[in-house]
Ligand binder design. Structure first.
Ligand SMILES: *[C@@H]1O[C@H](CO)[C@@H](O)[C@H](O)[C@H]1NC(C)=O
Ligand SMILES: *[C@@H]1O[C@H](CO)[C@@H](O)[C@H](O)[C@H]1NC(C)=O
Length: 577
Protein backbone atom coordinates (compact mmCIF):
# COMPACT_ATOMS: atom_id res chain seq x y z
CA UNK A 1 0.00 0.00 0.00
CA UNK A 2 2.77 2.43 0.89
CA UNK A 3 4.45 1.67 -2.39
CA UNK A 4 1.18 2.20 -4.21
CA UNK A 5 0.54 5.54 -2.60
CA UNK A 6 4.05 6.69 -3.26
CA UNK A 7 3.82 5.50 -6.83
CA UNK A 8 0.69 7.53 -7.37
CA UNK A 9 2.27 10.55 -5.78
CA UNK A 10 5.31 10.50 -7.95
CA UNK A 11 3.09 10.33 -10.98
CA UNK A 12 2.00 13.89 -10.30
CA UNK A 13 4.49 15.97 -12.29
CA UNK A 14 4.63 18.66 -9.60
CA UNK A 15 5.95 16.15 -7.15
CA UNK A 16 8.81 15.01 -9.34
CA UNK A 17 11.10 16.95 -7.05
CA UNK A 18 10.40 14.34 -4.43
CA UNK A 19 11.63 11.54 -6.66
CA UNK A 20 14.56 9.97 -4.96
CA UNK A 21 17.94 9.45 -6.48
CA UNK A 22 21.22 11.15 -7.04
CA UNK A 23 21.07 14.15 -9.32
CA UNK A 24 22.89 13.91 -12.62
CA UNK A 25 25.63 16.34 -13.59
CA UNK A 26 24.38 19.52 -15.19
CA UNK A 27 23.91 19.17 -18.94
CA UNK A 28 26.65 20.84 -20.96
CA UNK A 29 24.13 22.31 -23.35
CA UNK A 30 20.45 22.24 -24.01
CA UNK A 31 20.58 19.12 -26.13
CA UNK A 32 23.51 17.37 -24.57
CA UNK A 33 23.85 15.25 -21.47
CA UNK A 34 27.29 15.60 -19.93
CA UNK A 35 26.90 12.62 -17.66
CA UNK A 36 24.36 9.84 -17.68
CA UNK A 37 21.46 10.39 -15.42
CA UNK A 38 21.05 8.17 -12.41
CA UNK A 39 17.67 9.22 -11.21
CA UNK A 40 15.29 6.48 -10.29
CA UNK A 41 12.08 6.37 -8.36
CA UNK A 42 12.10 4.64 -5.05
CA UNK A 43 9.89 1.69 -4.41
CA UNK A 44 9.62 -0.68 -1.52
CA UNK A 45 8.24 -3.38 -3.78
CA UNK A 46 10.05 -6.62 -3.04
CA UNK A 47 9.10 -8.36 -6.25
CA UNK A 48 6.85 -11.25 -7.12
CA UNK A 49 7.31 -14.91 -8.08
CA UNK A 50 5.10 -16.88 -10.46
CA UNK A 51 5.29 -20.49 -11.59
CA UNK A 52 5.66 -20.21 -15.35
CA UNK A 53 5.98 -23.84 -16.43
CA UNK A 54 5.12 -26.73 -14.10
CA UNK A 55 7.39 -29.05 -16.12
CA UNK A 56 9.75 -28.00 -18.90
CA UNK A 57 10.85 -31.63 -19.29
CA UNK A 58 14.55 -30.79 -19.20
CA UNK A 59 16.42 -29.29 -16.26
CA UNK A 60 18.05 -26.05 -17.44
CA UNK A 61 21.72 -26.47 -16.61
CA UNK A 62 22.42 -24.03 -19.46
CA UNK A 63 20.16 -21.14 -20.49
CA UNK A 64 20.27 -18.43 -23.14
CA UNK A 65 17.65 -16.34 -24.92
CA UNK A 66 17.61 -16.51 -28.70
CA UNK A 67 17.19 -13.09 -30.27
CA UNK A 68 14.08 -11.84 -32.10
CA UNK A 69 11.98 -14.93 -31.32
CA UNK A 70 10.35 -15.45 -27.93
CA UNK A 71 12.49 -18.49 -27.28
CA UNK A 72 14.82 -19.47 -24.49
CA UNK A 73 17.15 -22.39 -25.08
CA UNK A 74 17.56 -24.75 -22.13
CA UNK A 75 19.70 -27.87 -22.06
CA UNK A 76 21.51 -30.16 -19.70
CA UNK A 77 23.63 -33.22 -20.49
CA UNK A 78 23.19 -36.46 -22.42
CA UNK A 79 25.33 -38.49 -20.01
CA UNK A 80 22.44 -39.72 -17.83
CA UNK A 81 20.37 -40.77 -20.84
CA UNK A 82 17.25 -39.46 -19.16
CA UNK A 83 15.06 -36.39 -18.73
CA UNK A 84 11.32 -35.93 -18.22
CA UNK A 85 10.64 -35.41 -21.91
CA UNK A 86 10.77 -37.99 -24.72
CA UNK A 87 11.84 -37.06 -28.23
CA UNK A 88 8.78 -36.74 -30.50
CA UNK A 89 9.83 -39.83 -32.49
CA UNK A 90 12.78 -41.66 -34.04
CA UNK A 91 15.68 -41.53 -34.44
CA UNK A 92 16.84 -41.98 -30.87
CA UNK A 93 20.41 -41.19 -29.83
CA UNK A 94 22.89 -44.08 -30.07
CA UNK A 95 24.57 -44.37 -26.71
CA UNK A 96 28.37 -44.11 -26.85
CA UNK A 97 30.27 -47.37 -26.30
CA UNK A 98 27.13 -49.51 -25.86
CA UNK A 99 26.19 -50.61 -29.38
CA UNK A 100 22.57 -51.64 -28.77
CA UNK A 101 21.52 -48.98 -26.33
CA UNK A 102 19.40 -46.02 -27.37
CA UNK A 103 18.42 -42.87 -25.55
CA UNK A 104 15.03 -41.51 -26.63
CA UNK A 105 14.90 -38.58 -24.18
CA UNK A 106 15.26 -34.91 -25.06
CA UNK A 107 18.17 -33.11 -23.39
CA UNK A 108 17.63 -29.76 -25.03
CA UNK A 109 14.50 -27.65 -25.54
CA UNK A 110 13.36 -24.31 -26.86
CA UNK A 111 10.71 -22.84 -24.60
CA UNK A 112 8.53 -19.93 -25.69
CA UNK A 113 8.77 -17.56 -22.73
CA UNK A 114 5.40 -16.03 -23.49
CA UNK A 115 3.29 -19.14 -24.09
CA UNK A 116 5.34 -21.86 -22.42
CA UNK A 117 5.28 -23.99 -25.61
CA UNK A 118 8.17 -26.41 -25.74
CA UNK A 119 10.06 -27.75 -28.76
CA UNK A 120 12.52 -30.58 -28.01
CA UNK A 121 15.79 -30.52 -29.96
CA UNK A 122 17.90 -33.57 -30.82
CA UNK A 123 21.43 -33.63 -29.51
CA UNK A 124 24.13 -36.30 -29.90
CA UNK A 125 27.41 -35.06 -28.42
CA UNK A 126 27.35 -34.40 -24.70
CA UNK A 127 26.75 -30.76 -23.70
CA UNK A 128 27.48 -31.36 -19.99
CA UNK A 129 29.15 -28.23 -18.54
CA UNK A 130 29.63 -26.59 -21.92
CA UNK A 131 29.99 -22.97 -23.01
CA UNK A 132 28.47 -20.72 -25.65
CA UNK A 133 27.56 -17.33 -27.11
CA UNK A 134 25.48 -15.81 -29.89
CA UNK A 135 27.19 -14.75 -33.12
CA UNK A 136 26.54 -11.52 -35.03
CA UNK A 137 23.48 -13.04 -36.70
CA UNK A 138 22.00 -14.41 -33.51
CA UNK A 139 23.06 -18.01 -34.11
CA UNK A 140 24.17 -19.83 -30.97
CA UNK A 141 27.73 -21.15 -31.12
CA UNK A 142 28.19 -23.72 -28.37
CA UNK A 143 31.53 -25.23 -27.42
CA UNK A 144 32.81 -28.12 -25.37
CA UNK A 145 31.11 -30.45 -22.95
CA UNK A 146 31.83 -33.96 -21.82
CA UNK A 147 33.15 -37.09 -23.49
CA UNK A 148 32.71 -36.85 -27.25
CA UNK A 149 31.13 -33.47 -26.68
CA UNK A 150 34.25 -31.94 -25.14
CA UNK A 151 35.89 -30.94 -28.44
CA UNK A 152 32.58 -30.36 -30.24
CA UNK A 153 31.36 -27.08 -31.71
CA UNK A 154 27.56 -26.89 -32.17
CA UNK A 155 25.41 -24.36 -33.93
CA UNK A 156 21.78 -23.54 -33.41
CA UNK A 157 20.26 -20.98 -35.75
CA UNK A 158 17.01 -19.09 -35.26
CA UNK A 159 14.27 -20.42 -37.51
CA UNK A 160 11.02 -22.26 -36.81
CA UNK A 161 12.49 -25.71 -37.46
CA UNK A 162 16.21 -25.22 -36.99
CA UNK A 163 17.99 -27.92 -35.01
CA UNK A 164 21.49 -28.44 -33.65
CA UNK A 165 24.35 -28.89 -36.09
CA UNK A 166 27.20 -30.68 -34.32
CA UNK A 167 30.87 -30.77 -35.27
CA UNK A 168 32.84 -33.15 -33.03
CA UNK A 169 36.64 -32.86 -33.09
CA UNK A 170 36.52 -29.15 -33.96
CA UNK A 171 38.45 -27.87 -30.93
CA UNK A 172 42.15 -28.50 -30.36
CA UNK A 173 41.55 -29.41 -26.70
CA UNK A 174 38.60 -31.00 -24.96
CA UNK A 175 36.83 -28.29 -22.93
CA UNK A 176 34.72 -29.24 -19.96
CA UNK A 177 33.83 -26.22 -17.72
CA UNK A 178 35.37 -23.69 -20.14
CA UNK A 179 34.45 -20.05 -20.79
CA UNK A 180 33.64 -18.67 -24.21
CA UNK A 181 34.20 -14.96 -24.84
CA UNK A 182 33.21 -12.76 -27.78
CA UNK A 183 35.87 -10.45 -29.20
CA UNK A 184 35.45 -7.00 -30.73
CA UNK A 185 35.39 -8.45 -34.26
CA UNK A 186 32.75 -11.04 -33.34
CA UNK A 187 35.12 -14.03 -33.19
CA UNK A 188 35.04 -16.29 -30.14
CA UNK A 189 37.78 -17.60 -27.92
CA UNK A 190 37.32 -20.44 -25.48
CA UNK A 191 39.38 -20.62 -22.29
CA UNK A 192 40.33 -23.49 -20.03
CA UNK A 193 38.26 -26.43 -18.96
CA UNK A 194 39.22 -29.40 -16.82
CA UNK A 195 42.87 -30.37 -17.43
CA UNK A 196 43.07 -27.86 -20.30
CA UNK A 197 45.07 -24.79 -19.18
CA UNK A 198 45.00 -23.34 -22.71
CA UNK A 199 42.82 -21.21 -24.95
CA UNK A 200 41.94 -21.18 -28.63
CA UNK A 201 39.79 -19.42 -31.19
CA UNK A 202 36.54 -21.18 -32.03
CA UNK A 203 36.91 -22.42 -35.62
CA UNK A 204 34.42 -21.43 -38.34
CA UNK A 205 31.60 -23.85 -39.14
CA UNK A 206 32.87 -27.23 -40.29
CA UNK A 207 36.56 -26.43 -39.65
CA UNK A 208 38.88 -28.09 -37.15
CA UNK A 209 41.63 -26.56 -35.05
CA UNK A 210 44.99 -28.32 -35.21
CA UNK A 211 46.38 -29.39 -31.82
CA UNK A 212 48.96 -26.60 -31.90
CA UNK A 213 46.25 -23.97 -32.20
CA UNK A 214 45.64 -24.20 -28.47
CA UNK A 215 47.79 -21.56 -26.72
CA UNK A 216 49.35 -22.54 -23.38
CA UNK A 217 48.04 -20.31 -20.61
CA UNK A 218 50.24 -20.48 -17.52
CA UNK A 219 47.80 -18.30 -15.58
CA UNK A 220 45.38 -21.23 -15.46
CA UNK A 221 48.16 -23.53 -14.22
CA UNK A 222 49.10 -21.05 -11.49
CA UNK A 223 45.56 -20.47 -10.28
CA UNK A 224 44.74 -24.19 -10.08
CA UNK A 225 44.06 -25.33 -6.50
CA UNK A 226 44.15 -29.05 -5.54
CA UNK A 227 40.36 -28.87 -6.06
CA UNK A 228 40.60 -26.59 -9.13
CA UNK A 229 38.71 -23.43 -8.09
CA UNK A 230 39.63 -21.86 -11.46
CA UNK A 231 37.23 -23.56 -13.88
CA UNK A 232 34.66 -21.47 -15.75
CA UNK A 233 36.94 -18.41 -15.34
CA UNK A 234 35.14 -15.05 -15.46
CA UNK A 235 36.15 -13.36 -18.73
CA UNK A 236 35.08 -9.99 -20.12
CA UNK A 237 36.18 -7.98 -23.11
CA UNK A 238 37.41 -4.69 -21.69
CA UNK A 239 36.78 -1.36 -23.38
CA UNK A 240 40.43 -1.24 -24.53
CA UNK A 241 40.20 -4.56 -26.40
CA UNK A 242 42.02 -6.62 -23.77
CA UNK A 243 40.41 -9.58 -22.06
CA UNK A 244 39.91 -9.41 -18.31
CA UNK A 245 40.39 -12.93 -16.98
CA UNK A 246 39.55 -13.77 -13.38
CA UNK A 247 40.43 -17.23 -12.04
CA UNK A 248 40.37 -18.38 -8.41
CA UNK A 249 41.46 -15.14 -6.69
CA UNK A 250 43.67 -13.55 -9.34
CA UNK A 251 42.90 -11.46 -12.40
CA UNK A 252 44.76 -10.11 -15.41
CA UNK A 253 44.34 -8.28 -18.68
CA UNK A 254 45.34 -10.44 -21.65
CA UNK A 255 45.96 -9.00 -25.10
CA UNK A 256 44.21 -11.53 -27.35
CA UNK A 257 46.24 -10.44 -30.38
CA UNK A 258 49.72 -10.88 -28.89
CA UNK A 259 48.92 -13.44 -26.16
CA UNK A 260 50.68 -11.14 -23.69
CA UNK A 261 49.49 -10.45 -20.17
CA UNK A 262 49.53 -6.63 -20.10
CA UNK A 263 48.49 -6.16 -16.47
CA UNK A 264 47.85 -8.11 -13.29
CA UNK A 265 45.39 -6.72 -10.74
CA UNK A 266 45.72 -7.14 -6.96
CA UNK A 267 44.65 -10.53 -5.60
CA UNK A 268 41.07 -10.60 -4.34
CA UNK A 269 41.36 -11.97 -0.80
CA UNK A 270 38.74 -13.93 1.11
CA UNK A 271 38.54 -17.26 -0.68
CA UNK A 272 38.07 -18.61 -4.15
CA UNK A 273 35.47 -17.45 -6.68
CA UNK A 274 35.47 -19.95 -9.56
CA UNK A 275 34.22 -23.49 -9.98
CA UNK A 276 33.75 -25.41 -7.73
CA UNK A 277 33.92 -22.45 -5.30
CA UNK A 278 31.42 -20.90 -7.76
CA UNK A 279 30.83 -17.26 -6.95
CA UNK A 280 29.27 -15.11 -9.64
CA UNK A 281 30.29 -12.01 -11.52
CA UNK A 282 29.20 -9.38 -14.00
CA UNK A 283 30.47 -6.35 -15.84
CA UNK A 284 28.66 -3.22 -14.70
CA UNK A 285 27.03 -1.06 -17.38
CA UNK A 286 29.45 0.74 -19.68
CA UNK A 287 28.27 4.34 -19.81
CA UNK A 288 28.82 6.35 -22.98
CA UNK A 289 28.43 10.02 -23.80
CA UNK A 290 27.45 11.23 -27.26
CA UNK A 291 30.55 11.80 -29.40
CA UNK A 292 32.63 10.41 -26.55
CA UNK A 293 36.13 11.90 -26.60
CA UNK A 294 37.41 10.05 -23.55
CA UNK A 295 40.50 7.98 -24.18
CA UNK A 296 39.54 5.37 -21.59
CA UNK A 297 35.94 4.30 -21.23
CA UNK A 298 35.56 3.00 -17.66
CA UNK A 299 34.75 -0.69 -17.30
CA UNK A 300 33.93 -2.11 -13.91
CA UNK A 301 33.75 -5.75 -12.92
CA UNK A 302 31.91 -7.12 -9.93
CA UNK A 303 32.65 -10.50 -8.31
CA UNK A 304 30.26 -11.69 -5.60
CA UNK A 305 30.13 -14.67 -3.32
CA UNK A 306 32.31 -17.75 -3.61
CA UNK A 307 33.72 -20.10 -1.01
CA UNK A 308 36.83 -20.86 1.05
CA UNK A 309 39.59 -22.59 -0.94
CA UNK A 310 38.87 -25.91 0.76
CA UNK A 311 35.05 -25.78 0.52
CA UNK A 312 34.92 -28.61 -2.02
CA UNK A 313 37.44 -30.69 -0.07
CA UNK A 314 35.12 -30.48 2.92
CA UNK A 315 31.79 -30.96 1.15
CA UNK A 316 32.76 -33.52 -1.46
CA UNK A 317 35.87 -35.39 -0.33
CA UNK A 318 35.33 -35.51 3.45
CA UNK A 319 33.03 -37.89 5.38
CA UNK A 320 30.84 -36.84 6.99
CA UNK A 321 30.41 -33.92 4.62
CA UNK A 322 31.10 -30.45 6.04
CA UNK A 323 29.41 -27.48 4.41
CA UNK A 324 31.53 -24.37 4.98
CA UNK A 325 29.73 -21.00 4.91
CA UNK A 326 29.94 -19.28 1.55
CA UNK A 327 31.29 -15.77 1.09
CA UNK A 328 29.26 -12.60 1.66
CA UNK A 329 31.74 -10.46 -0.30
CA UNK A 330 30.85 -8.43 -3.32
CA UNK A 331 33.93 -6.84 -4.83
CA UNK A 332 34.19 -4.17 -7.54
CA UNK A 333 37.16 -3.06 -9.62
CA UNK A 334 37.57 -0.57 -12.46
CA UNK A 335 39.72 -2.54 -14.89
CA UNK A 336 40.25 0.44 -17.21
CA UNK A 337 42.36 2.08 -14.47
CA UNK A 338 44.97 -0.70 -14.58
CA UNK A 339 47.73 0.16 -12.07
CA UNK A 340 45.44 2.48 -10.13
CA UNK A 341 42.72 -0.13 -9.83
CA UNK A 342 41.96 -2.00 -6.64
CA UNK A 343 39.10 -4.07 -5.28
CA UNK A 344 36.42 -2.36 -3.22
CA UNK A 345 34.78 -4.99 -1.10
CA UNK A 346 31.21 -4.66 0.11
CA UNK A 347 29.15 -7.11 2.14
CA UNK A 348 25.98 -8.74 0.87
CA UNK A 349 23.09 -9.37 3.27
CA UNK A 350 23.48 -13.12 2.67
CA UNK A 351 26.23 -15.48 1.56
CA UNK A 352 25.97 -16.95 -1.94
CA UNK A 353 27.51 -19.66 -4.11
CA UNK A 354 26.05 -21.23 -7.28
CA UNK A 355 24.03 -18.07 -7.98
CA UNK A 356 23.87 -15.64 -10.90
CA UNK A 357 24.69 -11.94 -11.07
CA UNK A 358 22.31 -10.54 -13.67
CA UNK A 359 22.49 -6.99 -14.95
CA UNK A 360 18.93 -5.67 -14.87
CA UNK A 361 17.43 -3.38 -17.53
CA UNK A 362 18.03 -0.46 -15.13
CA UNK A 363 21.74 -1.30 -14.86
CA UNK A 364 21.38 -2.52 -11.30
CA UNK A 365 22.48 -6.05 -10.43
CA UNK A 366 20.32 -8.92 -9.25
CA UNK A 367 21.98 -11.70 -7.26
CA UNK A 368 19.73 -14.71 -7.59
CA UNK A 369 19.71 -18.49 -7.06
CA UNK A 370 22.29 -20.59 -5.27
CA UNK A 371 23.10 -21.66 -1.75
CA UNK A 372 24.71 -20.32 1.40
CA UNK A 373 27.11 -23.14 2.25
CA UNK A 374 29.17 -25.90 0.68
CA UNK A 375 30.38 -25.86 -2.92
CA UNK A 376 29.49 -26.91 -6.45
CA UNK A 377 29.28 -30.68 -7.03
CA UNK A 378 26.71 -33.43 -6.47
CA UNK A 379 24.94 -32.95 -3.16
CA UNK A 380 27.71 -30.58 -2.07
CA UNK A 381 25.70 -27.48 -1.12
CA UNK A 382 23.21 -26.68 1.64
CA UNK A 383 21.07 -23.75 2.79
CA UNK A 384 19.47 -22.68 -0.51
CA UNK A 385 19.52 -18.90 -0.83
CA UNK A 386 15.87 -18.36 -1.73
CA UNK A 387 15.82 -14.54 -1.68
CA UNK A 388 17.29 -12.57 -4.58
CA UNK A 389 19.29 -9.50 -3.60
CA UNK A 390 19.14 -6.25 -5.53
CA UNK A 391 22.39 -4.32 -5.76
CA UNK A 392 21.90 -0.71 -6.73
CA UNK A 393 24.88 0.36 -8.79
CA UNK A 394 24.36 4.00 -7.84
CA UNK A 395 23.09 4.58 -4.35
CA UNK A 396 21.69 8.04 -3.77
CA UNK A 397 20.61 9.69 -0.54
CA UNK A 398 17.53 7.55 -0.31
CA UNK A 399 19.25 4.38 -1.43
CA UNK A 400 21.50 4.40 1.58
CA UNK A 401 21.68 0.62 1.41
CA UNK A 402 23.10 -0.70 -1.79
CA UNK A 403 21.82 -4.19 -1.13
CA UNK A 404 18.10 -4.89 -0.80
CA UNK A 405 16.82 -8.36 -0.12
CA UNK A 406 13.78 -9.13 -2.29
CA UNK A 407 10.91 -11.60 -1.97
CA UNK A 408 11.97 -15.26 -1.64
CA UNK A 409 10.86 -18.15 -3.82
CA UNK A 410 9.99 -21.52 -2.29
CA UNK A 411 11.87 -23.56 -4.90
CA UNK A 412 15.53 -24.17 -4.06
CA UNK A 413 17.72 -23.42 -7.07
CA UNK A 414 21.08 -24.79 -6.10
CA UNK A 415 23.73 -26.50 -8.24
CA UNK A 416 23.03 -26.34 -12.00
CA UNK A 417 20.43 -23.59 -11.76
CA UNK A 418 20.13 -20.72 -14.24
CA UNK A 419 18.34 -17.42 -14.86
CA UNK A 420 17.89 -14.87 -17.65
CA UNK A 421 16.60 -11.32 -18.08
CA UNK A 422 13.54 -11.27 -20.35
CA UNK A 423 12.50 -8.42 -22.68
CA UNK A 424 9.64 -7.49 -20.32
CA UNK A 425 12.09 -7.08 -17.44
CA UNK A 426 11.04 -10.25 -15.65
CA UNK A 427 13.63 -12.89 -14.78
CA UNK A 428 13.30 -16.44 -16.09
CA UNK A 429 14.49 -18.84 -13.38
CA UNK A 430 15.12 -22.51 -14.13
CA UNK A 431 17.20 -25.59 -13.46
CA UNK A 432 18.77 -26.92 -10.29
CA UNK A 433 20.02 -30.45 -10.33
CA UNK A 434 22.37 -31.58 -7.66
CA UNK A 435 21.82 -35.25 -8.51
CA UNK A 436 23.58 -37.36 -11.15
CA UNK A 437 20.39 -38.14 -13.08
CA UNK A 438 16.77 -37.09 -12.66
CA UNK A 439 15.67 -37.65 -9.06
CA UNK A 440 12.24 -36.76 -7.69
CA UNK A 441 13.04 -38.03 -4.24
CA UNK A 442 16.14 -36.29 -2.94
CA UNK A 443 17.05 -33.49 -0.57
CA UNK A 444 16.88 -31.21 -3.61
CA UNK A 445 14.91 -32.97 -6.36
CA UNK A 446 15.88 -32.39 -9.99
CA UNK A 447 13.98 -29.24 -11.00
CA UNK A 448 12.11 -28.95 -14.27
CA UNK A 449 9.77 -26.25 -13.00
CA UNK A 450 10.36 -22.80 -14.50
CA UNK A 451 9.53 -19.61 -12.62
CA UNK A 452 9.44 -15.94 -13.44
CA UNK A 453 10.51 -13.30 -10.97
CA UNK A 454 9.33 -9.69 -11.25
CA UNK A 455 11.99 -7.37 -9.73
CA UNK A 456 11.34 -4.16 -7.81
CA UNK A 457 10.73 -2.02 -10.92
CA UNK A 458 7.68 -4.10 -11.84
CA UNK A 459 5.88 -2.56 -8.87
CA UNK A 460 2.37 -1.97 -10.33
CA UNK A 461 2.48 1.51 -8.78
CA UNK A 462 5.26 2.40 -11.21
CA UNK A 463 3.16 1.59 -14.28
CA UNK A 464 2.68 5.28 -15.14
CA UNK A 465 6.41 5.52 -15.86
CA UNK A 466 6.46 2.59 -18.27
CA UNK A 467 7.12 3.55 -21.86
CA UNK A 468 6.29 1.63 -25.01
CA UNK A 469 8.86 1.48 -27.80
CA UNK A 470 7.23 2.16 -31.17
CA UNK A 471 8.85 -0.62 -33.17
CA UNK A 472 7.97 0.67 -36.63
CA UNK A 473 9.48 4.08 -35.86
CA UNK A 474 12.67 2.87 -34.19
CA UNK A 475 15.94 1.73 -35.77
CA UNK A 476 16.74 -1.93 -35.13
CA UNK A 477 19.89 -2.22 -37.26
CA UNK A 478 22.65 -0.19 -35.67
CA UNK A 479 26.02 0.70 -37.16
CA UNK A 480 29.00 1.57 -34.92
CA UNK A 481 29.24 5.26 -34.07
CA UNK A 482 26.22 6.39 -36.08
CA UNK A 483 23.21 8.37 -34.94
CA UNK A 484 19.88 6.57 -34.56
CA UNK A 485 16.45 7.21 -33.16
CA UNK A 486 14.03 5.29 -31.02
CA UNK A 487 10.48 6.47 -30.43
CA UNK A 488 8.51 5.92 -27.27
CA UNK A 489 5.06 6.64 -26.03
CA UNK A 490 4.06 7.02 -22.39
CA UNK A 491 6.17 7.52 -19.32
CA UNK A 492 5.59 11.26 -19.28
CA UNK A 493 4.06 13.59 -21.87
CA UNK A 494 7.35 15.52 -21.80
CA UNK A 495 10.21 13.09 -21.36
CA UNK A 496 12.91 14.67 -19.23
CA UNK A 497 16.29 13.69 -20.63
CA UNK A 498 17.83 13.79 -17.17
CA UNK A 499 15.61 10.91 -16.09
CA UNK A 500 16.17 8.85 -19.18
CA UNK A 501 18.49 5.94 -19.95
CA UNK A 502 18.82 3.95 -23.13
CA UNK A 503 20.47 0.64 -22.32
CA UNK A 504 21.38 -2.23 -24.62
CA UNK A 505 21.96 -5.71 -23.18
CA UNK A 506 23.85 -8.62 -24.76
CA UNK A 507 22.03 -11.81 -23.71
CA UNK A 508 24.46 -14.02 -21.78
CA UNK A 509 24.93 -17.77 -21.89
CA UNK A 510 24.34 -18.78 -18.29
CA UNK A 511 25.49 -21.96 -16.56
CA UNK A 512 27.15 -22.79 -13.22
CA UNK A 513 26.89 -19.21 -11.93
CA UNK A 514 28.67 -17.76 -14.94
CA UNK A 515 26.82 -15.52 -17.39
CA UNK A 516 29.21 -15.50 -20.33
CA UNK A 517 29.51 -12.22 -22.25
CA UNK A 518 26.81 -10.50 -20.22
CA UNK A 519 27.15 -6.82 -21.05
CA UNK A 520 25.13 -3.64 -20.87
CA UNK A 521 25.94 -0.40 -22.66
CA UNK A 522 24.28 2.84 -21.72
CA UNK A 523 24.01 4.88 -24.90
CA UNK A 524 25.00 8.51 -25.28
CA UNK A 525 21.76 10.45 -25.88
CA UNK A 526 21.90 13.52 -28.14
CA UNK A 527 18.41 14.83 -27.59
CA UNK A 528 14.78 14.06 -26.89
CA UNK A 529 12.23 15.82 -29.08
CA UNK A 530 8.60 15.65 -30.07
CA UNK A 531 7.45 13.98 -33.25
CA UNK A 532 5.26 16.43 -35.18
CA UNK A 533 3.39 13.52 -36.75
CA UNK A 534 2.65 11.87 -33.40
CA UNK A 535 2.40 14.47 -30.63
CA UNK A 536 2.06 11.84 -27.91
CA UNK A 537 5.37 10.20 -28.85
CA UNK A 538 8.91 11.23 -27.95
CA UNK A 539 11.89 10.75 -30.24
CA UNK A 540 15.17 9.83 -28.56
CA UNK A 541 18.25 10.45 -30.70
CA UNK A 542 21.38 8.59 -29.63
CA UNK A 543 24.71 7.38 -30.84
CA UNK A 544 25.40 3.69 -31.36
CA UNK A 545 28.49 2.42 -29.48
CA UNK A 546 31.68 3.57 -31.22
CA UNK A 547 33.33 0.17 -31.74
CA UNK A 548 33.42 -3.54 -30.97
CA UNK A 549 35.59 -3.15 -27.88
CA UNK A 550 32.72 -1.30 -26.26
CA UNK A 551 30.04 -3.59 -27.68
CA UNK A 552 30.86 -6.67 -29.77
CA UNK A 553 28.71 -7.11 -32.88
CA UNK A 554 25.45 -8.96 -32.43
CA UNK A 555 21.95 -8.76 -31.09
CA UNK A 556 21.11 -6.72 -28.01
CA UNK A 557 17.91 -6.03 -26.13
CA UNK A 558 17.27 -2.29 -26.08
CA UNK A 559 15.60 -0.98 -22.94
CA UNK A 560 14.31 2.56 -22.57
CA UNK A 561 14.42 3.30 -18.84
CA UNK A 562 12.51 6.29 -17.53
CA UNK A 563 12.73 7.36 -13.91
CA UNK A 564 14.37 4.02 -13.20
CA UNK A 565 11.48 2.08 -14.73
CA UNK A 566 12.10 -0.06 -17.84
CA UNK A 567 9.86 0.10 -20.88
CA UNK A 568 7.11 -2.47 -21.20
CA UNK A 569 9.15 -4.56 -23.57
CA UNK A 570 12.68 -4.30 -24.93
CA UNK A 571 13.31 -4.19 -28.67
CA UNK A 572 15.93 -6.47 -30.25
CA UNK A 573 18.53 -4.48 -32.16
CA UNK A 574 21.43 -5.79 -34.22
CA UNK A 575 24.73 -3.91 -33.97
CA UNK A 576 27.47 -4.31 -36.57
CA UNK A 577 29.97 -2.60 -38.84
C1 LIG B 1 32.62 -41.45 -28.69
O1 LIG B 1 33.92 -41.75 -28.24
C2 LIG B 1 34.16 -43.13 -28.08
C3 LIG B 1 35.54 -43.28 -27.49
O2 LIG B 1 35.59 -42.63 -26.25
C4 LIG B 1 34.02 -43.85 -29.41
O3 LIG B 1 34.18 -45.22 -29.21
C5 LIG B 1 32.63 -43.59 -29.96
O4 LIG B 1 32.49 -44.12 -31.25
C6 LIG B 1 32.34 -42.10 -30.03
N1 LIG B 1 30.96 -41.88 -30.37
C7 LIG B 1 30.60 -41.11 -31.37
C8 LIG B 1 29.12 -41.00 -31.59
O5 LIG B 1 31.38 -40.51 -32.08
C1 LIG C 1 44.92 -16.83 -3.41
O1 LIG C 1 44.72 -18.20 -3.69
C2 LIG C 1 45.81 -19.05 -3.36
C3 LIG C 1 45.42 -20.46 -3.73
O2 LIG C 1 45.33 -20.63 -5.08
C4 LIG C 1 46.12 -18.95 -1.90
O3 LIG C 1 47.26 -19.75 -1.61
C5 LIG C 1 46.39 -17.52 -1.52
O4 LIG C 1 46.60 -17.42 -0.14
C6 LIG C 1 45.23 -16.64 -1.93
N1 LIG C 1 45.57 -15.26 -1.68
C7 LIG C 1 44.84 -14.47 -0.88
C8 LIG C 1 45.34 -13.08 -0.69
O5 LIG C 1 43.80 -14.81 -0.36
Amino acid sequence: MTALRRGLCIFLPLLFVSVNGQPADKPAGRNRVAAPNVISVDTNYKGKWELFSPDAGVSAMHLILLPTTNEALMFDATVWKISKLKLPGPPCRKVEDTPNEEDCFAHSILIDYETGNIRPLRLIYDTWCSSGALDVNGQLVSTGGYNNGSDTVRLLDICPDCGWKEYPGALANGRWYATQVTLADGRFMVFGGRAAPTYEFVPAEGQKNAKNQAVDFKFLVETHDPVENNLYPFIYLSTDGNLFVFANNRSILLDPNTNRIVHEFPVLPGGSRNYPASGCSCMLPITLQPDDKRFFIPAEIMVCGGAPHDAFTMSDLTRPKVFLPASKDCARIDISKRGKANWKIQTMPTARILGDALVLPTGDVLLINGAMSGSAGWDDARDPNLAPVLYRVVAGANHATKFVELAPTNIPRVYHSTSAVLPDGKILVAGSNTNPGYLDVALYPTETRVEKFSPHYLDPALDPFRTDILLDKSANKLIYGQRFEVQVRGGDPNIDMQKLQLNIYYPPFTTHGISMNQRMIRMGIYEVRKDAAAPDASVIAYQAPPNGNIAPPGYYMMFVVYNGVPCRRAMWVQLKN
